[in-house]
Ligand binder design. Structure first.
Ligand code: 5GP
Ligand code: MN
Length: 349
C-alpha cells in the first residue's frame, strides 16, 4: 500500500518543480496511457505546473481519446523533442513500468535524467536504485488504481474522488477498466471501491465502455474469426498457441493494436489454463501470455520469451533466428518451451 509519508514527499517535490513530465512503457496500453494523462491533468489543473506526458509509441486507435486535451510528446514521431522535454524537466514521474528498460528507446534518457525520478507501478521487483521515490504495489488491479490512492492522499483532493479534475478521474477509470479486462481479472476490494467512488463523482463509465469496446472496425471481427477458426491451436496439456504472421495483419488490413485482447479468447475454453499469442512485428515476434491462477505467465515469459510482467498477464518476444530458426518455426518453439515449462512446474509442486 502507498505510504502516507511518501505521498507527502511527492507532494513537496511537485511543489518544488516547475516542469514535470510523466512517462510510461513502450507500446502503451490503457493503464500506461491512462495513468500518464491522469497525472498530467492533476499536475496542470490542480498544481498549475508546466506538465507533459511522454508516450514512447502511438496509442492504439480505440485508446486515442485518452490523449485528447493533454500535452503529449509522441517519441515515435519526434524522439528529439521527447528527449529534450525529459532533459529540461525538474521531476520525472514513471508510470506502469518497473525498470527504465521498458521505455525501450528512451531507456538511456530516463536513466541519465539528472532530476528527481518517481515510480508509480504495480509490477513485481521494481529495479533498485533506478528511481528516487517508489510507489510500488502488486496488490492492486492497475497503476491507475495505485495512482488513484496516491492522488486521494494529496492535500488538494481531501481524500475524495470528487476532488480530482474530471478528465483525471475518467482516465483513471479507463486504465483500471482495461487492465482488469473490464473487471474480469485482478480485481481487489480497492478496485471496486475506486470504481464506485469515481462513478459517484460523475465519471461517465458508459461513455468509456463505448469508446473502449464498441468502437472497433469490422476488420477486427473478421480477423478474430480467422484466428478462432483456424489459427488458434489447443494443446492437450491445457494451453493454446496462436501465431499471427505479417501476412495475417496485411490480409485483414489491421492497424497497430487492433488485435488487443485476442490473447484472452482461448481461456474461455474449458481446460485451457494458458494462452500464448505471438505477433510478427518487423524481425521479431511479440508474445502475449495470459493464464489462470496456478500457472505463472510471468515466469514463462521470463524464462523463454525475454520478458516478464504479472503472474497472470505477461509479455515478451521471440527472436528469429536466435530462438526460432524461421518464422515458420515460431509455433514449434512456443510448443516446446511451454510443454517443458509446464512439466517443470508440475514436478516442482
Ligand atoms: P500485453 O500482452 O498486453 O502486451 O502485456 C501484458 C503485460 O505483460 C503488460 O502489462 C506488461 O506487464 C508485461 N509485458 C509485456 N511485454 C513485456 C516485455 O517485453 N517485458 C516485460 N518485462 N514485461 C512485458
Ligand atoms: Mn498496468
Amino acid at each position: 500500500m502507498k505510504n502516507t509519508s511518501d505521498c507527502t514527499i511527492l507532494s513537496r517535490w511537485i511543489d518544488e518543480a516547475n516542469s514535470v513530465t510523466t512517462i510510461c512503457h513502450a507500446r502503451p496500453d490503457g493503464d500506461a496511457a491512462g495513468s500518464s494523462v491522469a497525472m498530467e491533468s492533476f499536475l496542470r489543473e490542480m498544481r498549475g505546473k508546466d506538465a507533459a506526458c511522454i508516450l514512447p509509441d502511438d496509442l492504439p486507435r480505440t485508446l486515442g481519446f485518452l490523449s485528447e486535451g493533454h500535452k503529449v510528446f509522441r517519441a515515435s514521431r519526434d524522439m528529439e523533442a521527447a528527449q529534450e522535454r525529459i532533459r529540461r524537466s525538474d521531476l520525472l514521474i514513471c508510470l506502469d513500468f518497473n525498470t527504465p528498460g521498458r521505455t525501450e528507446k528512451l531507456e538511456d534518457c530516463v536513466r541519465g535524467f539528472g532530476g528527481r525520478k518517481v515510480v508509480i507501478d504495480h509490477h513485481e521487483d521494481p529495479e533498485e536504485g533506478a528511481f528516487d521515490l517508489y510507489f510500488s504495489d502488486t496488490q492492486v488491479s492497475s497503476t491507475c488504481e495505485l495512482l488513484y490512492e496516491v492522488l486521494c492522499a494529496m492535500p488538494d483532493t481531501g481524500g475524495l474522488a470528487s476532488g480530482l479534475p474530471a478528465d483525471c478521474a475518467a482516465a483513471l477509470m479507463t486504465g483500471m477498466t482495461t487492465d482488469t479486462n473490464n473487471f474480469a481479472n485482478s480485481v481487489f476490494p480497492g478496485t471496486l471501491k475506486m470504481a464506485s467512488e469515481l462513478l459517484e463523482a460523475g465519471v461517465d463509465r458508459d461513455g468509456i465502455i463505448r469508446k473502449l469496446y464498441r468502437s472497433e472496425r469490422p476488420n477486427r471481427l473478421a480477423a478474430q474469426g480467422e484466428m478462432l477458426s483456424s489459427l488458434m491451436k489447443i494443446e492437450k496439456e491445457g494451453y493454446a498457441v496462436t501465431v499471427l504472421t505479417k501476412d495475417f495483419f496485411t490480409r485483414h488490413g489491421l492497424l497497430d493494436g487492433e488485435t488487443e485482447g485476442f490473447v484472452n479468447l482461448p481461456l474461455s475454453v474449458e481446460g485451457v489454463a494458458l494462452s500464448i499469442l505471438a505477433k510478427e512485428d518487423g524481425g521479431v515476434f511479440r508474445v502475449s501470455l495470459r493464464s489462470e491462477k496456478g500457472v505463472s505467465a510471468r515466469l514463462l515469459a521470463k524464462r523463454h520469451f525475454h520478458g516478464g510482467g504479472h503472474e497472470q498477464a505477461a509479455g515478451g518476444r521471440i527472436l528469429v533466428p536466435e530462438d526460432a530458426e524461421s518464422p515458420e518455426a515460431v509455433e514449434d518453439y512456443i510448443r516446446q518451451t511451454t510443454a517443458r515449462f509446464l512439466q517443470e512446474q508440475d514436478s516442482a509442486i
